[in-house]
Design a protein around this ligand. Structure first.
Ligand code: EPZ
Length: 422
């Protein structure tokens, strides 16, 4: 078993390049199922979630080949319509093949994702939307069984669910007639998926707005597409720069995808310079307290709540964080409390009382973003922090240790089965 060992206190400065967005790449891989032929995806991050999604596609009969950061996906012949439990339980995002299988094959048999440590991860909004598209759904024995074909319809989402919007997009592009998705999610990853589908020949208007209109077409063709830069990975490194003092430049993403985060970093006392494909962050004085509330895009992204909490743990005063998207996304607070953070949780609210310094400690990564945030905290803590359960981090951050080391951090992976190594 591996851990990340961080020795805090070294200055962070330099430039880091982020990869393609995990939360787009996984869906683009699913969308490749809609087009017979070989789809090429570039700027695909080398992370374990992508490897799991490749296994899902192979189980369905597609052939996936990775060459560096490029994937080729041959979906000419699909031999199955089932996403099995053993894979879905490893990665809940694999439920995004549901819409693509309905679109391509007219049916799907996908394991229910089950909960995870940040919340229940329900799929009722996905199911309600598919049923409005005329897809017969039954949920038995832990599986979603979908029988199409889908036909166009006006679908209203009760919540702008990212996954539900994506599944309905993929189920509707080959459906007869017009589909309107109302109260759709507006995340940049949705726009990236719609771009790929349009390049394949789909007729989509309004992606990135709350109302997406799709006119079904008869067939899609495989294309070559580059994944949008990862705004969450970018935000993670910008917060690392804010924690220390920088200047840190992060390239490979569109700063317009982090508007509210950059604004909150400025309110926290940072100087942020935007560039065309990135941003530079630095800080002179103390970190100032800032209230944040997570919301669907363009609101503050829930995926940066934990990293931002690490920053506010060292602010010159108290901050209130409201988590509106997931019902259980404050586990990170218990871990960073071991490093001296003073955080009080009350339901959806976290009161973060800033402390002058954090102290290094052994901590466990509770989930993907919480794990990254613990490493960030270790960068500025006094002494050594050892973060275990780092498989969570490897799900979404390619080369996390290497990228932080390149900025000057003392951070390394060790095999903790050998206690001497740490
Ligand atoms: C995507 O998850 C991302 N994952 C998440 O990133 C991200 O936090 C989330 O969107 C919100 O931005 C991927 O793209 C793989 P939702 P998703 O459907 O699609 C509830 C990370 O760290 N809900 O918008 O699952 C749900 O329980 C991950 O990279 C229902 O109740 O998010 C949650 O509370 C974590 N019923 C809220 O909506 C449904 O049918 C938001 O879920 C669907 C969702």
């Amino acid at each position: 078993m591996e851990a990340i060992v961080v020795d805090g206190g070294l200055p962070l400065t330099g430039t880091v390049r982020v990869g393609g967005a995990k939360n787009s790449a996984l869906k683009l891989m699913a969308a490749a199922l809609l087009a017979p032929g070989v789809t090429t995806l570039r700027n695909v991050p080398d992370i374990s979630d992508v490897a799991v999604m490749a296994e899902v596609l192979e189980r369905l009969g597609a052939h996936v080949v990775r060459t560096d950061h490029t994937l080729t996906i041959d979906a000419t012949e699909l031999t199955s319509h089932e996403a099995p439990y053993d894979l879905v339980v490893r990665m809940r995002a694999s439920t995004c093949v549901l819409g693509a299988l309905v679109g391509r094959l007219g049916r799907a048999h996908v394991a229910m994702p089950g909960g995870c440590n940040i919340g229940s991860r329900k799929v009722d909004i996905h199911i309600a939307g598919l049923e409005q598209l005329g897809v017969a759904i039954s949920t038995e024995h832990g599986y979603i069984d979908a029988e199409g074909p889908a036909h166009g319809a006006h679908v209203m989402l009760e919540f702008p669910s990212v996954g539900a919007t994506e599944n309905l997009l993929m189920a509707s592009v080959l459906a007869d007639g017009e589909t309107v998705i109302d109260n759709a999610a507006r995340e940049p990853e949705i726009a990236d998926l719609a771009s790929l589908l349009s390049e394949m020949g789909a007729d989509i208007v309004g992606a990135g707005t709350p109302t997406i209109t799709v006119n079904g077409v008869t067939a899609l063709t495989a294309v070559d597409h580059s994944v949008v830069g990862d705004r969450i990975e970018a935000g993670t490194y910008l917060i690392a720069g804010a924690l220390d003092s920088g200047p840190v430049t992060v390239v490979g993403f569109d700063p317009a995808h982090l508007d509210i985060v950059l604004l909150k970093l400025e309110h926290a006392g940072c100087i942020v310079e935007r560039q065309v494909d990135g941003a530079t962050i630095s800080r002179a004085g103390r970190i100032r307290p800032v209230d944040i509330q997570t919301l669907p895009f363009p609101g503050f992204p829930t995926d940066l709540q934990a990293p931002f909490m690490a920053l506010l743990a060292l602010a010159d005063g108290g901050s209130v964080i409201t988590e509106n998207v997931f019902e259980n996304r404050f586990i990170f607070a218990d871990e960073i409390a071991r490093m001296g953070a003073d955080i009080r949780i009350d339901g959806h609210y976290a009161l973060v009382r800033g402390v002058p310094a954090l102290s290094g400690a052994p901590v466990r990564s509770p989930d993907l973003r919480g794990g990254a945030a613990l490493v960030l905290a270790g960068l500025v803590a006094e002494g050594r922090t050892v973060v275990t359960d780092i498989h969570h981090i490897d799900r979404g951050y390619e080369g996390f240790v290497d990228k932080l080391s390149a900025l000057g951090a003392s951070v390394r992976r060790v095999d903790v089965s050998d206690p001497e190594a740490a």
